[in-house]
Structures are given as structure tokens and as C-alpha cells.
Design a protein around this ligand. Sequence first.
Ligand SMILES: [Zn+2]
Length: 228
Amino acid sequence: MAELVFFSGTMDCGKSTLALQMDHNHRQRGRRGLIFTKLDRAGASTLSSRLGLSTDAIEVTDQLDFWDVVADERMAGRRVDYLICDEVQFFSPVQAEQLARVVDELGVDVFAFGITADFRTRLFPGSQRLIELADRVQVLQVEALCWCGARATHNARTINGVMVIEGEQVVVGDTDAGDTVGYEVLCRRHHMRRMTAYSQEALVRTAALAADALPFDLAACALPPRIS
Ligand SMILES: [Zn+2]
């Protein structure tokens, strides 16, 4: 029986690496699959992992219909045994429904990989629909870590280094205004307090400066001096 599996996790937890490994394992067994992604960090039509591996992929546009893609492949006489879908948080709820239909009616396994919640801690609509429809939701076991060492469970967006909690749900790359948009994983405590690694460094710098001005040993300072 074909399955719709949603592998979820924060950024930096190795989702794309697992997606590539999954494709490899199935190909080794003589199965044929199609790989999809959307807005990958390496650019259009590429599925890349932070460990440096990458492969060609079909770029998912808003108009793409998974049912049509699989049906067209089969009409052309090419087998499709499974789909690997990365960055599914950017897929639409309708596309999530198409994936479920491909599983049920065409007997194709769908392995979906994505983030569940955005930088405001709200579910992405595509991820929400996949959670609702998936046969299994598997939370990835490679844990990303917050700068404090705790398990990172939340995604933060920074603009020019400062954490923001408002804005468009999907922003990838720098803005037209020339602002640098970044993402960082945090534990919930530090997400709530808007304390990123960058803001922590600034705190440490301030503390080190204050400590320098006092006739006390630096060891008396609770925060270690910044090594630059
Ligand atoms: Zn933390």
C-alpha cells in the first residue's frame, strides 16, 4: 500500500539530506521516482542539502498539478513509483491534496519533507494540510540546537540581524529594499524572548566592555568575553 509520509522538523535538522538519502535508497532497489522542491537555497530546480549534496529537481510552481505530472509521465510510458517532495511548507493546500490523491488512486509513495511552522510560530498552510492528510507524520530525530544548547524547536527570521515577528510568511533571500533576511533556529524560550545568537553576542560584547572598565577579574563576569 502506498503511503503519504510527512517528515517534519525545524531548519537545519537535515531534512534535505534525508530526502536525498531516501531517493538513493529507493533507486538502489530499482524503483523510479520524481524529485520536487520549491525555493531551494541553491536556486530553482535543485534539491540541495547543507552537507553539500545536491540533485536536479522539478521546481514546484503555484500552477503545478502533481496529478497531471504523474499522469503525464505514465502516459509517456515512464514508471513512477514514488515522489520526493522537499520544502513542502511552500506548497499550497490544494497541492497537498493532490499528493494524497496520487497516493490513493495511483499507488505512488509520497515522501514529503518540510518545516511545520513559520517564523511567527504559525503553521504554513501547505504543512497544515499535509499533517491533516498524512498516513504518518515523522518528526526528524537529528535535532537542531539553539545557541544556548537546548533543542531548537522554533524558526526565527532576522532582518539585518534583528529578530522580527511580523511580515510576509514566505521571504527567501534579501529584500528589494536591500535588507538582509536570515533565519535561525531557537528554543521556544529564546524565540519568545527574541534572543538570537546575534543579540547574545551583542550582550556579551557589552558585558565584556563593562567588565574591562572595572577593576575586577573578568572571571567574575557571568558571561564569557567574546573571542574575536
Ligand atoms: Zn535557547
